[in-house]
Design a protein around this ligand. Sequence first.
Ligand code: PHE
Length: 257
Amino acid sequence: MGFEEMPTNNFVESSFWNFDVLFQPQQHPARDSHDTFFLKVPAYTQTLPEDYLQRVQKIHESGGYGSRGYGYDWKREEAEKNLLRTHTTAVSSRMLYALAQKPFTPKRYFSIDRVFRNEAVDRTHLAEFHQIEGLVCDKGLTLGDLIGVLNDFFSRLGMIKLRFKPAYNPYTEPSMEIFSYHEGLKKWVEVGNSGIFRPEMLLPMGLPEDVSVIAWGLSLERPTMILYGIDNIRDLFGHKVDLNLIKKNPICRLGMQ
Ligand code: PHE
């Protein structure tokens, strides 16, 4: 589908790239230590791009580009806190910022890598899992393009029944959750989240006003559970995995064209 892989080899990220640049307010519950693993050593990052940091601060505090912002006192110290990234969207932020520093060229990026969330472990949740992230950055993209690219992507994995449900993310508008039909369970299962990145995220980076970015983040484990008929995530990933399952199942390989 013409996507380039993003460099995701940094599990430790600053709150700035994981949350602030994504227009996620500093009081947002996801930024609480109950949901995020913060680092003790080193607790704070030392390098953030100063000009950009000021534009991010302004968009949170008083807005700009037609937005009213959130109207609170943004704290640099909060943005400097190191954490284990909670989503690979932190890497998408870095890539889009880098893109905005050069004359504009359209891009399609993807990644598949580990993310961390401080949550209770059960049949469908682990504190570490993998995300498949994707974005398309171009002029004139619409929600129809996002639905089209997701349908194309999932149908190549054998999932042809998809449904989209309106959702909320601080960094996308509109936002959609993605559901896929699980033939075994005979029900719709949430497999991902998506949307069009907000101007409050893209314009402070310096991207041209007529550029839109459609983006999504999918769990790697959920669709795998659907495809292989596994109903407990701990049977797929982690220390409880039955090694016979790994040895006996064929590797899923996607053909190259
Ligand atoms: N970051 C979101 C998540 O972790 C996924 C997402 C990515 C949503 C990009 C919208 C756009 O669930």
